[in-house]
Design a protein around this ligand. Sequence first.
Ligand SMILES: [Zn+2]
Length: 227
Amino acid sequence: MLHHKEVGNWIENDIWVIPSYIPANITQDILNISILNQAASAISWNKVKLPVFKNFYSFFFFNSNKVDWFKYVWHKNYALRFSSFTWMVMLNGLKTADILIKRNIMVPSNCILCNNGYERHRHLFFECEFSFQIISKFVPNINFFMLRLNLMQILEFIWNSKWNKDDKNLYFLCICCSLYFIWKESNCRKMENKFSSQDSIYNHIRFKVQAKVFSWSSYPKIQHRII
Ligand SMILES: [Zn+2]
């Protein structure tokens, strides 16, 4: 009986007028709620009749600077976990060795993935031979350049390529997912002394990507690219 009722309809002349069919305990709970008769005392969404979560975060971040690379991270059908992580990577937000050492936290500075580089964002993604070999299995043609592409250059390469939108979204997802599991591998090696091979990491990322894109409407058109 109470479904789809709005308690606001039970206010008359700034007092509660609760129908008699409402159970006493619920009536009492409602009566305990103060009625604010000044609109300025309440929070409401300006010019938005039915606010959704997007209204909230648009308002929350309206003062933030816009970056032109947001479209690479928040691509269509993004995976929240991987895109959120990628955002941190783009802002150099991981606790890489170079950042920890700057804070006087002494940790080994070598990259534990290749043992041939200084661990910092730029190296991990993707100066590092180990991580680059993984990402180059997902994104075609990036190993044809004379110089090694870094993360931003790979993202721009995809964006500016002639691939269709579905393919681009797939490759952006592959990159976001790869960043996450490459970083996870680095931590597993350091914290748990567990080492996975490139093939194992690649297969794991591919499995995660497949699971995600399976629900995309474009799946029939892109599935051949990740088999
Ligand atoms: Zn490395």
